[in-house]
Design a protein around this ligand. Structure first.
Ligand code: SF4
Length: 71
């Protein structure tokens, strides 16, 4: 049976380093020198979809998007 996971997509061209995504610091980290977020991991459990949908809404630069993938 296929397992669904959430792919987190970060547009580093849009990111302004506001850091609001760091609530999920297992996934996002901020490069202090460049002031741009980086992904520590691309995929998260489907159970966290709501949490990441909230981050998508909260990012002031609209730099985060999500995609549900089947594995
Ligand atoms: S909240 Fe958005 S703009 Fe701020 S660091 Fe995270 S991805 Fe970048």
């Amino acid at each position: 049976m296929a397992t669904e996971r959430v792919e987190v997509i970060l547009d580093t061209q849009k990111c302004q380093g506001y850091g609001l995504c760091l609530g999920a610091d297992d996934v996002f980290e901020l490069d202090a020198a460049a002031n741009i977020a980086h992904l520590k991991q691309r995929f998260v459990d489907i159970a966290r979809k709501g949490e990441f949908e909230q981050l998508v809404r909260d990012c002031p630069a609209a730099a985060i998007s999500l995609r549900v993938v089947q594995e």
